[in-house]
Design a protein around this ligand. Structure first.
Ligand code: SF4
Length: 278
């Protein structure tokens, strides 16, 4: 039996940066508060929480003067203003690629364009991006919807950073049915597109795929979809204890990929557990 791990499995630049920022601060034995999850991986968050990270759902739950960190997915500008006023000493772990998508949306809006975001309307990153358009953007998760949309002004299209390129391309193609002027900025981050291409290629050469990552992680979910599209058994797990011996009967090649928020120790655990089971 052979195990092949996708070359870029695990932490991306933005997640590593966010974890490093927080770990450095926690090293000073100070508590650090985060509104919502710093990154979308429960196991990594739990490790950081053991060292002093505190995840809260409301800003009111953060004591005045406490050290605050803006999570990797970013937040709305109003929240940034409140943070600055309440916690002068805050840290910003917003991924620079998310920041670029936020600025793109803001510039489209300020230039008077009708803004379209390809992504998941409920995802924290998209909520933060849309806030830069005063929540006026049209958010599309199904490219089919774009066929029926007719805008009055020039359309400015951008994407959630972790979307599949296919969604962006199909959305733009469909928008062309009723709209003549479209400006596109591809804000899908390089790490997402690299991981996606690797999974599609790896899934063609193995018998099963194990995708390791948070069940609430958008980029991990896309990897699962791309692997399933190759019609091979694909299992999405968060940690090694979810692996089942019955998945590996008569299997010669196992592919492993992991989302951008998945730490190396979680991937190593999965490899060790597979070796134990097979
Ligand atoms: S997946 Fe891309 S946009 Fe998201 S945190 Fe990582 S590098 Fe940044």
């Amino acid at each position: 039996m052979q195990i092949i791990i996708a070359k870029n499995a695990g932490f991306c630049f933005g997640v590593k940066r966010a974890v490093d920022i927080v770990e450095k601060e926690l090293g000073k034995k100070e508590k650090v508060y985060c509104l919502g999850q710093l990154i979308h991986n429960r196991q990594v968050i739990e490790r950081l929480e053991e060292k002093g990270l505190v995840t809260v759902e409301n800003m009111e739950d953060i004591p005045d003067g406490a050290k605050f960190v803006v999570r990797s997915h970013g937040v709305a500008p109003e929240v940034v203003e409140k943070i600055k006023a309440k916690y002068g000493n805050s840290l910003d772990a917003t991924c620079p690629f998310v920041r670029r998508a936020q600025l793109t949306a803001e510039n489209f809006y300020l230039d008077g364009l009708d803004v379209v975001i390809c992504g998941d309307s409920q995802h924290a990153e998209v909520i933060g991006i849309n806030a830069r358009t005063k929540n006026s953007a049209t958010i599309i998760s199904d490219p089919g919807e774009a066929k029926y949309l007719e805008f009055k002004k020039t359309v400015g299209v951008l994407s959630q950073t972790t979307q599949k390129a296919e969604l962006l391309k199909s959305t733009v193609n469909n928008l062309l049915e009723k709209n003549k002027k479209i400006i596109i900025e591809n804000t899908i981050c390089l790490d997402s597109s690299t991981k996606q291409a690797e999974v599609s290629a790896l899934a063609k050469e193995v018998d099963i795929m194990i995708i390791v990552g948070g069940k609430n992680s958008s980029n991990t979910g896309k990897l699962v979809q791309l692997s399933e599209a190759q019609k091979i058994p694909t299992y999405h797990i968060e940690k090694s204890s979810e692996l089942q011996k019955k998945w590996f009967g008569n299997i010669k090649k196992i592919g492993i990929a992991a989302g951008a928020s998945t730490a190396k120790f979680l991937i190593d655990d999965v490899v060790d557990k597979i070796n134990e089971l097979c």
